[in-house]
Design a binder for this molecule. Structure first.
Ligand code: IFM
Length: 475
């Protein structure tokens, strides 16, 4: 019998975690034999990131991981989701592993376990070794085969001490921002390549899941993290409904179709036929991609509002994914994107916790019985220390309260949500936005790298320790 839950209490085993990714926090880009990833190259290319920011030092987590683990322990967090830098453990993206690189992650994991914090490993959070991009990158099939080899290496090294495994983080961004709009590394702008990349990322997930399972204890779980969009039509007009369905296919169906159901949606294949013939989907690929999942990770920030295109509408291409004259959405010139009304975060993203509830319930229906984790959720604000050095971020507290309440509501409505990872533990390198956007629950002074928990970190820590959401004024 599932535990009954009160309106505010979460189930007793609910995991309260925080998330980060390697390139956004580690720094130490030239240490221990690490070679450049596509994000080193991209961020050092003039004009690609705000202020020319890059991850050379980032928040120096590579040297300060112990302090960061102690911070989490002090707050009372029960889990930490981080990613492995592929080019730190397999510098050319192929061949034998570098033990120094693996040792860094072994030390981090051991430190987490010693502090009673469950580690969750993401194998790929966007930082492809540059050599693999030079060989063609994700549009090439071989990259998926290389990923399987890398997954096996990391699974062998850490599978005895890490239970939760995530193959890919937000493959949509890797494929469509990396190869479509070009606002992310490697910065290519080729719609065909973006769809090929999406397929090879799916294949990498399937091959990677198999490789992990071949070397890890059966108790470990394997899943992936999707930034599945909650796509809403502007009106109930059939043309707007059709636009929403198209974007739903391009945002969601392109991944969960093959991964959860073993096929790309027919409507996606038809809608993209002017851009690609999908001939790179080879016999057996869909079976490989459709591996059983143990968990599914959902990353949620804001909903997406669309309509059929109106050539007279101004600014209708803004979809919240950064400025580029190239759309990340292949074959979707007939769709306009709109700002959802309401309060926004510093990213310009509308705050709408109902979207998170909707998303959870959708996957609860589409993948019944599959345990879900919120593997990312959070907000950027322009946080500044007060004269006493404290950082008050009531907007983030309200954001977290709203979204965690939505998670709890979904659990009460029958969804099997096992945990929540706040994005992000620390302020960090926010990709093309550089260090301008602060997502951390812990403030980082970029001049000294000193860490200061914001009031949201203290609030979230109390939630983690008590399993209930502390009161928020005005909520
Ligand atoms: O910082 C990113 C993260 O790397 C992936 N998901 C979205 C976050 C905020 O933009």
């Amino acid at each position: 019998m599932p535990e009954p839950i009160t309106p505010v209490a979460f189930p007793p085993n609910f995991l309260w975690g925080a998330a980060t990714s390697a390139y956004q926090i580690e720094g130490a880009v030239r240490e221990g034999g690490r070679t450049p990833s596509i994000w080193d190259t991209f961020s050092h290319t003039p004009g690609k990131t705000a202020g020319g920011d890059h991850g050379d030092i980032a928040v120096d987590h590579y040297h300060r991981f112990h302090e960061d683990v102690e911070l989490m322990a002090g707050l009372g967090l029960g889990a930490y989701r981080f990613s492995i830098s592929w080019s730190r453990v397999q510098p050319t993206g192929r061949g034998p592993a570098v033990q120094v690189g693996l040792d860094f992650y072994r030390r981090l994991v051991d430190d987490l376990l010693a502090h009673d914090i469950k580690p969750a490993v993401t194998l790929y959070h966007w930082d492809l070794p540059q050599e693999l991009e030079d060989a063609g990158g994700w549009p090439e099939r071989d990259t998926a085969l290389r990923f399987a080899e890398y997954a096996q290496i990391v699974g062998e090294a850490l599978g005895d001490r890490v239970e939760q495994w995530i193959t890919l983080n937000e493959p949509w961004c890797s494929a469509f921002l990396g190869y479509g709009s070009g606002v992310h590394a490697p910065g290519r702008t080729d719609p065909e390549a973006s769809l090929r990349a999406a397929h090879h990322l799916n294949l990498a997930h399937g091959l990677g899941a198999k490789a992990l399972r071949s070397v890890m204890p059966a108790r470990n779980t394997v899943g992936l993290s999707l930034n599945s969009s909650v796509v809403r039509p502007l009106t109930q007009d059939p043309a707007d409904l059709a636009a929403a369905r198209k974007i739903d296919d391009l945002a969601n169906g392109v991944f969960h179709g093959p991964i959860l159901h073993g096929a790309y949606p027919q409507s996606l294949l038809a809608a993209t036929s002017s851009v690609t013939d999908w001939s790179y989907v080879l016999d057996g690929d869909l079976r490989t991609i459709n591996q059983p999942l143990d968990t599914l990770g959902l990353n949620y920030y804001t909903p997406t509002l669309v309509s059929a295109a109106d050539p007279d509408r101004q600014g209708a291409r803004a979809d919240g994914h950064g400025a580029s004259e190239h759309s990340p959405w292949p074959a979707a010139d007939d769709v306009d994107f709109h700002q959802t009304p309401g309060e926004r975060t510093e990213m310009g993203w509308t705050i709408d916790p109902t979207g998170l509830h909707e998303l959870i319930m959708r996957y609860n229906r589409e993948a019944p019985g599959l345990p879900l984790y919120i593997t990312e959720n959070g907000a950027a604000y322009d946080d500044k220390p007060d004269p006493d050095g404290r950082v008050h971020d009531p907007e983030r507290v309200a954001y977290l309260h709203g979204h965690l309440s939505a998670v709890r509501r979904a659990i009460a409505d029958g969804a099997d949500v096992r945990g929540y990872y706040l994005w992000s533990l620390l302020d960090n390198f926010e990709w093309a936005y550089g260090y301008e956007k602060r997502f951390g629950a812990v403030y980082v002074d970029y001049a000294t790298l000193e860490r200061t928990p914001k009031s949201s970190a203290l609030w979230y820590g109390e939630a983690a320790r008590t399993g209930t959401l502390p009161e928020v004024e005005g909520a």
